[in-house]
Design a protein around this ligand. Structure first.
Ligand code: C5P
Length: 314
């Protein structure tokens, strides 16, 4: 199957295995606008990919199968509702090829954690199957297929630091001189449902004292350009944080422990319950992680760096 014709550049199937690594995402700014008729909220977000990675390996097979190892995979359904299976089927349908592959997931990104682990796996599957099946689809076409699977999939194909609009699926890169930012990821026990957190925000906004919306990401973008962690820390914001805190009040203890451990700033990641903290450098991040671990407020405190490239073959 790997024979290349002498006279054409047509993509051909890969002999396999194809291994793809994909990062987790955090939102440096998550401005949530009104609820739209299609059930999504309008977003103004700044995505940032960090060094916490899942890995998808794709091999040829006579049918479509998925096996998994790692972080919380016992809780992931291996059926047709799984985002990896759905990604493979959606790509096959788009390209009009049979969805035959043996897929294996090595998971490090916590499930239902607000780090887009599910969307990350879908993005990795699209890249892996595109190569395995020799489809040669463009990133834009893959992003279009991905946007149907999850709002964060197009960003995870892209990676880096990027502005997200629409319901998050419209991604444009932020051109800035590369700066490495140091983070601590505080993983929680148990997940939070993304739709439930958005619904809770709608409830809070219908109440008598609604949290004011963040709006545009201009201040965050200006802060990124200054390359100073103190300035970036002051500009971080997440409209979903009050909703996540309402559903999971213990998250306030995590944020407090991070501040006491010396973090520059901390916030709930996406819809939570993961919290992320900004540090000045790698040694500072390790001290913050150690402080969080000693406080006993999270399942694990992991240091990470961003930005990272999106889903790519390794
Ligand atoms: O796109 P994704 O599958 O990640 O979204 C999961 C759910 O989160 C949506 O069905 C919706 O309830 C909520 N959501 C939203 N507004 C967004 C993104 C997600 O309300 N921009």
């Amino acid at each position: 199957t790997e024979a290349w014709g002498p006279d054409d550049d047509e993509p051909r199937p890969h002999s396999g295995p194809v291994k793809v690594r994909v990062p987790a995402k955090i939102n440096l700014h998550l401005g949530v606008g009104p609820l739209r008729p299609d059930g999504y909220h309008e977003l103004n977000t700044v995505y940032h990919a960090i060094s916490l990675f899942d890995e998808i390996t794709a091999r040829h097979g006579d049918t479509l199968t998925l096996t998994m190892e790692g972080e919380g995979t016992g809780e992931l359904e291996l059926d047709e509702t799984n985002l990896i299976i759905r990604a493979a089927r959606a790509l096959a349908a788009r390209a009009r090829v049979p969805a035959y592959a043996r897929l294996h997931l090595r998971k490090a990104i916590p499930l239902a954690g607000g780090l887009a682990g599910g969307s990350a796996d879908a993005a990795a599957t699209l890249i892996a199957c595109d190569l395995l099946w020799g489809l040669g689809m463009s990133r834009d076409d893959l992003a279009e297929v991905g946007a149907q699977l999850g709002s964060d999939v197009p960003f995870l194909l892209h990676g880096g630091t990027a502005l997200g609009t629409g319901h998050g699926e419209a991604v444009s890169p932020i051109l800035a001189r590369p700066t490495i930012w140091h983070w601590v990821v505080a993983a929680a026990d148990g997940g939070l449902s993304t739709p439930a957190v958005y619904r809770e925000l709608d409830v809070l906004r219908d109440g008598s004292w609604p949290p004011p919306p963040l709006g545009s990401a201009d201040r965050l973008m200006a802060a990124l350009r200054q390359r100073d962690p103190e300035v970036l820390g002051a500009a971080l914001g997440n409209d979903l944080q009050p909703a996540a805190l309402a559903l999971r009040p213990q998250l306030a203890d995590v944020l407090k422990a991070g501040a006491e451990a010396g973090a520059i700033a901390g916030l709930v990641s996406g819809s939570g319950p993961t919290c992320v903290f900004l540090a000045a450098d790698a040694a500072h991040a390790q001290r913050v992680a150690d402080g969080l671990t000693a406080a006993g407020v999270c399942r694990a405190a992991i240091t990470a760096r961003g930005p990272q490239p999106g889903a790519r073959v390794i």
